[in-house]
Every structure is written in C-alpha cells, then in structure tokens.
Design a protein around this ligand. Structure first.
Ligand code: ZN
Length: 492
C-alpha cells in the first residue's frame, strides 16, 4: 500500500511537471500569437480617444510622485498614494529604442507612437534616409471624421506634439513645423507657443500670420481661451503666461494661470462633436525637470499630468462605452531612481515638501544676485533665498554637502562653462548652484539621478475604456500605433 501510494504520488508529480513544462514552453508561442492579434480587433470602435504622453516619464517619475503624495498624506506610513492612471485595469510596458540608439529622443519615439515606425533620433515621421514620409494616425483619423486636438505644456512645435501633425527630417526646424501645423487642418492646438516665430533667421513671414491665413483663430489671453467652444472653428490656444514658449513648471504656476488640465478641458469644449475626436496630451515639462535633475519639479509636473488625465476620466463617465484613454511615455529621462548611496534603504520624501520653486525660478534669483555685482560674493548672501526655495539651512549642511555647494557657488559666480569631466558629471549644462541645490535635496530625500539626458529603460503604458485590453503586455513602442490603428480601424 505504501509503495502503491508512493508510485501514485510519483505519477501525480510527473503529471504536474509535464503540465508545468508544457505551460512554460508554450509561453513564447502565446506571446507571439498575441502580437499578431494586435492587428485583429473585433470590439466596438471608440468615438473618443485620449492619448496622454508623459515625456521622460518612466516608473521612477510616477512612483516618486505617488510616494511623495503618500508621505504627505500619511507621514511614516509607507503607503504610496496612487495616481489615477496607475489604477487603470490594463498595464503594459514599452521598449523605447530607436534606429540610432537604445537611448532615444522624443522625435523618433513620438514617431513610433504616432506612425508605428522606427526612425533616427531627431527625425519626425520620416524614414532613416529622410526621404520617405510616414503618415501619423491623426491624419488617418481626421479623414474618418474625427476632430483632432494636440495639447502640450512645452512649445507646440516641439518634437512630441509635432509627431502628431508634421513630417520633418530635423526636429529643430520649428518654423517649418509651425507651417505644417497651419496646413494640417486639425481642430485644436493648446498649450505652449511656437518656436522660431519669424523663421530660423528672423526674416520670414510671422508664423501667427500664416496660421491665421490658414483659417485658425489664435487665442492667447485667458479670457479668449476660456471663451472657446465647439463653434469656435479651428483654434490655436497659446498660454498667455508662457515662459520661453512653454507653460510654467507646475511648482511655479500661479493659481490664476492656466494648467495643463485646463487646456484638456478646453480641448473637449472645442472638439466635442457627434463623430468623435482624438486628443493627444503631452506632459512635456516632466522631461525638462528630469533633464535638470529637479525631482520636486518632476513630481509636481507628474501630478499635474495626472490632473489632466482626470479631465478625460470625468469625460469618460459621460461616455463610458465610447471612450478610450491611453497613458504612456516616450522614454525615460535623467535616470531617476528611488534610492541613493548615502540613504541606503530609507527615503525621506518630507525633505521635498519645503521646496517652493523649480531650478528655473531659482536661476532667476541667482541672476539678480549676480547683477547686483557683490564686491565679495559669498554663499552666505543667498542664505535666506536658499532656505525659502529649498527649505535648506546652509548651516546644517554636512561637510560633503558644504564642499559641493561651495564649489558650485564659485563655479556659478565665475561664469565659466564646465571644464572637465568632474564638472560635467556634477553640473551638466545647468547652473552649478541650482543643480547642486537640487542634488542635495534629492539625495536627502533618497532620490538620485544618473544623467542629464534620456536613458534606455522601458516605460509604462496604462489603458482604460473601449479597446484598452489590447495594451496589456511588454512590447515595442511601434505597437502602440498598431494597436490603436486596429481599434479605430484606420487604413494602414
Ligand atoms: Zn528630453
């Protein structure tokens, strides 16, 4: 009996083993089947599609915002407060490499998302030879009757928004991109301003004239923007408080200035119609904050990005069977991580709470100080400003922090460019004093950065609503286009 029972156990165990082996060996076939299924969608086509792109936003950017909020609400409880989009039922991840590098830029990655093709860094909707143009999904949807909206917190001619309406060999040709915006016939552009308003040399026809002559209304005061509605025709809403053609960092935004969410709300007012619409919304300043290694600015802009997603979620409640919301990113930026060599396993997100401004606003304080031509410049002179901006008492610095800050102050006052590898690592191309203040506060909180550029790690994709189930899995960023094309049944 004992033996018999034993042999039964062996048979049962062997069966389990066989099942397990066949299960695991079946996995590659299953995932390959899934990838071809991208082309097949038998569900209902959503009438309203929201495509949110957090520029430079990977897991650390999202998680640091959630941990910051959690720490603020329940200090010491170690409970992240999830943003709305990380609670979406469908979650996938994207590989972001382009034809140039495992570390891509926004032009090539936005091309992959918008048109489904890989290309070189710096190229928008053209192939690697820069001769063949690709058609973004927006053009195809427009032909099907959808109205099209493009919203961003950075210049409207910047790479990510441009990939949804322009085709250029060089992302820096902002004037040409602006002209293609005017020729697009798309219905709503909102957020940042045009770059190169009078051409690369400043001698061309003002871009506003070209845009107006193409039938667009330019709204660039809060009153005219707030008055826009579905009868306004084709519009370009330009942020009246823009600083160097972009919206202010969320941390610097005054309460009466329009937010990214306001531009999404207004977009719905303008685009809402019986045939539906597609709206791309870029949280572009998440990327800029991470280039500058400013963790607090990144956190504020990621939260503001979540607020703009909330506008789509509120719209969804009124059209639950006809709306698809996708939230993703183009690439990571800054190599941000949660963890730092001197803080080990602990984090101190409370250290970020006293921060009141971005590095950009602190740069203005530094410029004012320099312009006052102090006889013997001393870090001490900026003691109060540093405390007010970063909650940092310079008397409390460790000797290591003090040395870093003293060197950075000296470098800032000397106006010299970084002259060696060590300075490039410490300051990148940023103001040595403000970037070092950011590093000290980040590190005290347990956050660190590895680069002033993008990095090659994957990015998340979250989806909700009609057709969202296709976005599950780990796949190439070009698949975002393929899946959306299948769901909306556009001609490939
Ligand atoms: Zn970037």
């Amino acid at each position: 009996m004992v033996l018999k029972r034993h042999s039964k156990t062996v048979i049962a165990l062997s069966l389990i083993l066989v099942v397990m082996v066949s299960f695991f060996s079946a996995q590659p076939h299953q995932s390959m089947a899934n990838s071809t299924q991208d082309e097949v969608y038998r569900g209902q086509t959503p009438k309203y599609v929201f495509m949110f792109i957090g520029d430079g936003m990977s897991y650390a950017q999202v998680s640091s915002a959630e941990m910051y909020l959690g720490e603020k609400t329940k200090p010491g409880a170690v409970t992240p407060q999830q943003l709305n989009f990380t609670q979406f039922p469908v979650h996938g991840a994207l590989m972001t490499q382009d034809s140039s590098s495992f570390i891509p830029d926004s032009a090539s990655t936005a091309t992959s998302l918008a048109s489904g093709h890989k290309t070189l860094s710096g190229v928008i909707n053209m192939d690697e030879t820069k001769t063949k143009a690709y058609t973004p999904i927006t053009e195809k949807l427009k032909k099907m009757g959808y109205k099209i909206g493009i919203v961003t917190s950075v210049p409207i001619t910047h790479a990510t928004p441009a990939a949804y309406y322009a085709k250029v060999a060089n992302r820096n040709d902002a004037y040409e991109i602006g002209k293609q915006l005017a020729a697009s016939g798309f219905d709503y552009f909102g957020g940042g301003d045009f770059d190169q308003k009078t051409g690369p040399k400043g001698t061309d026809t003002p871009i506003y004239d070209i845009v107006k002559n193409s039938g667009y209304t330019i709204a660039n005061t809060k009153e005219t923007i707030m008055a826009l509605n579905s009868k306004s025709g084709k519009v370009v809403a330009i942020d009246p408080d823009n600083y160097e053609t972009a919206l202010d960092y969320e941390i610097d935004r005054e309460a009466d200035e329009l937010s990214l969410a306001d531009y999404v709300k207004k977009g719905i007012d303008v685009l809402d119609n019986k045939k539906g619409f597609f709206m791309m919304v870029e949280g572009g300043k998440i990327d800029w904050a991470n280039h500058a290694n400013d963790a607090t600015a990144s956190i504020y802009d990621t939260i503001a990005f979540g607020d703009s997603v909330q506008v789509a979620l509120d719209f969804y409640k009124k059209h639950p069977k006809e709306t698809l919301i996708i939230v993703t990113a183009d690439h990571e930026c800054g190599g941000m991580t949660i963890g730092y060599s001197l803080t080990g396993y602990s984090t101190h997100f409370d250290k970020l709470q006293p921060v009141t401004m971005s590095y950009q606003d602190f740069d203005k304080i530094i410029t004012t100080y320099k312009n006052s031509n102090p006889a013997t410049p001393k870090l001490e002179d900026l003691k109060n400003e540093i405390y007010q901006a970063y909650g940092l008492d310079i008397a409390s610095l460790t000797s290591y922090e003090g040395e870093l800050l003293a060197n950075a102050f000296q470098k800032t006052m000397s106006n010299a460019k970084p002259s060696n590898e060590q300075e490039q690592v410490l300051y990148g191309s940023y103001n040595p004093l403000s970037v070092t203040l950011c590093h000290i506060v980040n590190n005290r909180a347990g956050i660190s950065f590895t680069s002033y550029s993008h990095t090659g790690v994957p990015v998340p994709v979250y989806a909700f609503g009609t057709g969202s189930e296709l976005f599950d899995g780990f796949y190439d960023n070009t698949k975002v286009y393929t899946k959306l094309a299948a769901i909306t049944k556009v001609k490939k």
